[in-house]
Design a protein around this ligand. Structure first.
Ligand SMILES: [Cu+2]
Length: 351
C-alpha cells in the first residue's frame, strides 16, 4: 500500500497535479539571490522581465482606474488600496511576502522569466553609486536622480528632519532611465489608522522616476549590527521593533531602505513604482525568513500586532486565520498560508 501510494504520488507530481508546496524539499527549494551574486546575463533577464510586465495589459478596468496603464500598475494600485492595513503593524511581513511572491510569479508566468526575485543586500551596500544594483550601469536597476539643489530636508514628525539626499530629480542612467511612474504622488502624512484614499488616487499622472540616494541613512540604520539585532530578536515584537516599529519611536530598517533610495520610494502608497521596491522587500522577507528558520518551533507562526496602521489599542490582534487581500492579483489568503516559505504554494528560501 505504501509503495502504491508513493508511485501514485510520483505520477501525480509528474503530471503536475500536486502543487509545489506540498512536496517542497531541500532539492526543490528555490533560493533567491543577492543582486551582486547574479551574473550580467541574469541581471539583464530580471530587468527585461520588469519591462515586460510594463508592456502587458492591466487587469484592473481602465474606467475605474485611469492611472493604471499596464500590468505593473496592477501591483502599484493593489499596494495603494491596502496601504493603511499593511504597514507599521502585524501584516507588514505576511502581506508583503505574498505580494513579492505574486510579482515573482507574474514575471515567471507572464514574462517567461526563469529566475527568482533578487534581493538588495543592505549592509553590503557601502556606496550606492558604485554598487552593482544602483551604479546606473546597464546591468543595474538604474542609479541616482539628477541633483536637485532645491530638494528640502525631509521632516516627518516625530522622527525629526533628515538632510536631503544627493539626487532629487529624474533618474538619468541605466535601464530605467525612461521609466515612467503613473500613479500618485500621495501625501504620506495622510496615511494613518483612519485614512481614506484621496479622490485623485487613480488619476493618470505620468512623470519621470525620481530618486535621491541617501547613504548615511542606510549606514546608520541598515548596518551589520542591525542585521544581528534582527536575527537575535527574541520574539516578533522585538523583530518588528528593528524592522518597522509601530510606535514611531525610530525609523526601522524597512523605512530606512525606502528613504535611502528617496523620492518615489518614500511614498508609502505608491512606492512599488520604483523597480527597487521588490528587491528591498525581498531583503525584508529574507531577514524574516532567516529569523524564522533559526528557531522554527517558536518563530514560524510568530505574529505581533493588528491590521491597522500603528496598531491602535482599539484594533484586534491578527491571528493565523486573518485574511489577506490582494485585489486583482490573487484570491484572498490566510496569514497561515504565508508563514512558511516552504509550505502551501511556496518553495523558496534564502542563504
Ligand atoms: Cu508596502
Amino acid at each position: 500500500m505504501g509503495l502504491l501510494s508513493n508511485s501514485l504520488l510520483a505520477l501525480l507530481v509528474t503530471a503536475g497535479l500536486v502543487v509545489a508546496g506540498e512536496q517542497c524539499s531541500p532539492e526543490t527549494t528555490a533560493f533567491r539571490k543577492d543582486w551582486r551574486a547574479l551574473n550580467a546575463h541574469e541581471r539583464t533577464e530580471y530587468i527585461e522581465a520588469v519591462w515586460c510586465l510594463r508592456r502587458q495589459p492591466a487587469h484592473l478596468p481602465n474606467n475605474e482606474y485611469p492611472g493604471v496603464r499596464d500590468r505593473l500598475d496592477d501591483f502599484v494600485a493593489t499596494h495603494i488600496n491596502y496601504t493603511t492595513a499593511i504597514h507599521a503593524n502585524a501584516l507588514l511581513l505576511p502581506w508583503h511576502r505574498h505580494f513579492t511572491y505574486l510579482w515573482e510569479t507574474a514575471l515567471r508566468e507572464e514574462c517567461g522569466y526563469k529566475g527568482y526575485v533578487p534581493y538588495w543586500n543592505w549592509p553590503a551596500t557601502t556606496n550606492l553609486t558604485e554598487d552593482p544594483l544602483f551604479d546606473g550601469s546597464p546591468t543595474s536597476i538604474s542609479g541616482n536622480g539628477a541633483y536637485d539643489p532645491n530638494e528640502k530636508p525631509r521632516c516627518d514628525p516625530p522622527y525629526g528632519c533628515e538632510a536631503p539626499g544627493t539626487g532629487g530629480g529624474c533618474v538619468t542612467s541605466g535601464p530605467f532611465k525612461d521609466f515612467e511612474v503613473h500613479l500618485g504622488p500621495f501625501n504620506n502624512s495622510h496615511a494613518g489608522p483612519h485614512a481614506t484614499l484621496p479622490e485623485s488616487a487613480w488619476d493618470y499622472n505620468p512623470r519621470c522616476l525620481k530618486r535621491s540616494f541617501n547613504q548615511p541613512i542606510l549606514d546608520r540604520t541598515n548596518n551589520e549590527a542591525a542585521m544581528k539585532r534582527l536575527l537575535d530578536a527574541p520574539d516578533m515584537d522585538g523583530f518588528l521593533d528593528v524592522m518597522d516599529p509601530s510606535d514611531k519611536s525610530h525609523i526601522g530598517t524597512h523605512g530606512a531602505g525606502h528613504r535611502t533610495i528617496g523620492k518615489d520610494m518614500t511614498d508609502v502608497y505608491s512606492s512599488p513604482q520604483d523597480p527597487a521596491f521588490m528587491l528591498h522587500h525581498a531583503m525584508i522577507d529574507r531577514m524574516w525568513t532567516l529569523w524564522q528558520e533559526r528557531d522554527i518551533d517558536n518563530r514560524r507562526n510568530a505574529l505581533n500586532g493588528t491590521d491597522v496602521m500603528y496598531n491602535p489599542a482599539s484594533a484586534p490582534l491578527v491571528t493565523l486565520d486573518h485574511v489577506l487581500n490582494f485585489g486583482c492579483l490573487d484570491r484572498p489568503r490566510t496569514v497561515r498560508e504565508v508563514m512558511d516559505t516552504r509550505g502551501h504554494d511556496y518553495c523558496y528560501s534564502y542563504h
